[in-house]
Design a binder for this molecule. Structure first.
Ligand SMILES: NC(=O)c1ccc[n+]([C@@H]2O[C@H](COP(=O)([O-])OP(=O)(O)OC[C@H]3O[C@@H](n4cnc5c(N)ncnc54)[C@H](O)[C@@H]3O)[C@@H](O)[C@H]2O)c1
Ligand SMILES: O=C(O)C[C@H](O)C(=O)O
Length: 408
């Protein structure tokens, strides 16, 4: 194998703007028969050395163009600074058109697991190139750069672009998926509803930004807690986007419930189907206990459940089964109060959209539990009336009796 040694220059932080475009382009093949190419700046120490050879095929690296002007390297990072003519690459001819995916809270715990699954192709498929638009808070911008560096070092062929920024009006431009994770998590002894005040503002602002700049058919998955009411705030601030496109993540509850039922029934969890989570991302499940054990809220299993939730929308639902997702109640067949985001059983043909499953039967016990969840969400809705355009907020969340044994 032909080898060469390249000394790599030390580079300073390239992310100098609120939204930096990192255009990750085609693969650099590491093989023996091609001429050596000077690599873009690497984030390594000044004395590090690399032995490699780089095939260039017919691709001429060019500077990234933005609004007609050639960008300077300080706006991007390493390999993201170059873009390549992909027409020469046989593999990419079978690929779908690239999609733009926004992830907020991209420097947080959940995103740290999720982003690498998205970039690997295991969520949207092995023929679906993606651009990641990463939104962080001002305080997390350095960490966001670190995330971009790790994505760069992972050499994902399907990851074509990475943007980072703190302004949702820039980061959400033309996005087809928005995964809204960025928000404060609760700590030990807190209820999710206590986050209403802190997190509600974030989702009002991000709803407005999506409304203004995202793709008109963007699919929005709200993860930040309390996710049902945050999703309601978000959709109310985005009147140009179909309300049906907004989801609150209740898939973690579904996965937890499947696990618990399997345990009880003495079967492996793949034997459990047709699980419905009704209502809100539940405070009656294991989130609090996990916070007590971990000292922080669930992250890896949440990322997995986000993957499951997206896959349920982009692949056909297996015959006879359904999945749960928090959706806008608008003419629902179960008599649940309208104008809420409420988790219900759904099916999808795999086109990103869904239909409600309309014939699930309730017994009195279930009806009673659903009513309780409905009452909780109606109370939360009153608390955020100032953020949904419904007048003056009135907050009376009542006594909380949902802590699990062992919670403090
Ligand atoms: N629905 C669910 O099933 C579920 C499960 C677990 C956690 N959660 C919720 O998800 C949220 C995130 O959890 P985490 O563990 O990743 O938290 P984290 O604290 O690790 O990360 C949150 C990140 O969001 C950033 N952020 C804060 N405000 C922002 C804003 N306005 N715009 C963009 N980014 C912003 C923070 O800087 C931080 O980097 C929490 O609200 C948590 O309660 C929901
Ligand atoms: O419980 C929490 O606050 C975190 C998350 O929503 C969870 O269910 O694990």
């Amino acid at each position: 194998m032909a080898m060469t040694e390249l000394s790599t220059p030390k580079t300073t932080s390239p992310f100098l703007h609120s939204s930096s475009r990192l255009s990750l382009s085609s693969k650099l093949h590491l093989s023996n028969q091609f001429r050596h190419l000077l690599l873009p700046p690497l984030h390594t120490t000044s004395n590090s050395k690399i032995s490699c050879s780089v095939s260039q095929n017919n691709q001429a690296p060019v500077a990234v163009q933005d609004n007609g002007s050639v960008k300077t390297k300080k706006e991007c990072y390493g390999v993201f600074c170059l873009t390549y003519d992909l027409k020469a690459e046989e593999e990419t001819k079978s690929w779908k058109k690239m999609i733009n995916i926004a992830v907020s809270g991209a420097a947080g715990m959940i995103s740290n697991h999720l982003l690498f699954k998205l970039a690997s192709g295991s969520v949207f498929g092995p023929d679906q190139p993606i651009a990641l638009k990463l939104l962080g808070s001002e305080r997390s911008i350095q960490a966001l750069e670190g995330v971009a560096m790790e994505l760069e070092d992972s050499l994902f062929p399907l990851l074509r672009e990475v943007d980072i920024g703190t302004d949702p009006y820039e980061v959400f431009q033309d996005v087809e998926w928005a995964l809204l994770i960025g928000a404060k998590p609760r700590g030990p002894g807190m209820e999710r509803a206590a986050l209403l005040d802190i997190n509600g503002q974030i989702f009002a602002e991000q709803g407005k930004a999506l409304n203004a700049v995202a793709s008109p058919n963007v699919k929005v998955l709200v993860v930040g807690n309390p996710c049902n009411t945050n999703a309601l705030i978000c959709l109310k601030n985005a009147p140009n986007i179909p309300a049906k496109n907004f989801h609150a993540l209740t898939r973690l509850d579904e996965n937890r419930a499947k696990c618990q039922l399997a345990l009880k029934a003495g079967v492996f969890y793949d034997k459990v189907s047709n699980m419905t989570i009704w209502g809100n991302h539940s405070t009656t499940q294991r989130g609090g206990l996990l916070i007590q054990k971990w000292g922080r809220s669930s992250a890896a299993s949440t990322a997995v459940s986000i993957v499951d939730a997206i896959k349920s929308l982009v692949t056909p639902t297996p015959e006879g089964d359904w999945f749960s997702t928090g959706v806008y109640t608008n003419g629902n067949p179960y008599g649940i109060a309208e104008d809420l985001v409420f988790s219900m059983p759904c099916r999808s043909t795999g086109d990103g959209d869904y239909e409600l499953v309309k014939d699930v039967e309730f017994d009195d016990y279930l009806r009673n539990r659903i009513s309780k969840s409905e009452a909780e969400l109606l109370a939360e809705k009153k608390c955020v009336a100032h953020l949904t355009g419904d007048g003056i907020a009135f907050c009376d969340l009542g006594p909380v009796d949902t802590m699990l044994p062992g919670e403090v």
